[in-house]
Design a protein around this ligand. Structure first.
Ligand SMILES: [Zn+2]
Ligand SMILES: [Zn+2]
Length: 335
């Protein structure tokens, strides 16, 4: 600035012309790149500041944080499929991702609440209604770790699964194959793997990662589609299954939820993710009867849509009233 006084008027004119030229070139470049000129050159003049705040590219880290002292669990509506979100402080875990066709709904839901990163991404087992939507999830969010069962080479040959595995390899994602007793931490919450304990048979449901999510004195048992054999094996291991909240195995199918398993867990609340009129007739009358007999409150996506649980150290509240004990066939209007 001290030079201005001493500079000749000729120099000043040159400077002004140069400045105008630079500005003109900049405007042309911005126009070519289709970038709004006013907002870019003069951010303070940019009209809609709200839009700027919502732009995820300006928020490199997670912006959502749970209320202090809570674990938020969300059963995301995704048709005849599973997708469960856990949030503690600004840490995020997702257990299953909906199907190939409803993975989009899961992605949309996560984006709508401001999630940009998933620290722990679990795929319980390689069936479309649990991992079909995982491709959409890993291509839309920053991913910490992917935790999936180790599948024997050649055991699963569906195109969507091979495409998913290829994408995981290409992007160098960190993958872990869980073993029993492995504990994953999510802020102040923990996720402990309970099963399966042995090499599963050729039933892919029995690859399901079973785990206990613990926050304070509250426990949630996550089961994937694990069937009776896995339930029996976990009971036999002598692990403490007691949990206030149960994600009912296999969408309420009668291939899961034995009396012994329900009694070992002794839940107060049960979560069922399924779709009205699904071809498997989930949940079955048999399973619903067992839940009713035990006075377990049921929350289900086919009746309530997405269900949000606010879990504190000693309690849980739901964003909706409990649902009924109708079987899938009854709910669809059959006999
Ligand atoms: Zn399955
Ligand atoms: Zn399933």
């Amino acid at each position: 600035m001290a030079n201005v006084k001493n500079g000749s008027s000729n120099k000043r004119v040159k400077k002004v012309i140069l400045s105008i030229a630079v500005l003109a070139i900049l405007v042309v470049v911005l126009k070519i790149l289709d970038i709004p000129v006013v907002e870019t050159l003069f951010p303070s003049l940019g009209g809609d500041t709200q839009q700027t705040e919502q732009n995820p590219t300006q928020q490199p880290t997670q912006i959502v944080e749970t209320p202090e002292g809570t674990l938020i669990m969300t059963m995301i509506e995704c048709g005849q499929a599973d997708s469960f979100l856990f949030q503690q402080e600004n840490f995020v875990a997702l257990v299953d991702c909906g199907t190939r066709s409803t993975g989009d709904d899961v992605v949309e839901y996560l984006k709508s609440i401001g999630i940009t990163k998933i620290d722990l991404l679990f795929g319980t087992h390689p069936h479309d209604d649990h991992m079909g939507g995982m491709y959409d999830v890993i291509t839309n969010f920053e991913i910490g770790k992917i935790i999936i069962p180790k599948i024997k080479v050649g055991e699963v040959t569906t195109n969507w699964y091979l495409k998913l595995v290829e994408e995981i390899k290409n992007k160098n994602h960190t993958v872990e194959y869980p073993t029993v007793n492995t504990v994953y931490t999510l802020g102040d919450a923990t996720m402990t793997v309970l099963g399966p304990l042995s090499e599963p048979d050729d039933n892919l449901n029995n690859y399901s990662i079973v785990m206990k999510v613990t926050y304070g004195n509250m426990d949630v048992l996550m089961t994937g589609d694990a069937e009776k054999e896995v339930e029996a094996e976990i009971i036999a291991s002598g692990v403490n299954l007691d949990a206030e909240i149960l994600k009912v195995g296999h969408h309420g199918s009668n291939t899961s939820s034995t009396e012994a398993f329900l009694d070992a867990i002794a839940p107060d609340y049960a979560l069922i993710s399924c779709k009205v009129g699904n071809k498997h007739d989930h949940p079955t009358a048999e399973t619903m009867e067992k839940l009713k007999e035990r006075n377990i409150e049921v929350y289900r996506t086919d009746e309530s849509g997405t269900v949000i649980l606010t879990i504190t150290a000693n309690d849980v509240t739901f964003n909706t009233d409990p649902d009924d004990y109708k079987s899938g066939i009854e709910l669809a209007g059959g006999s």
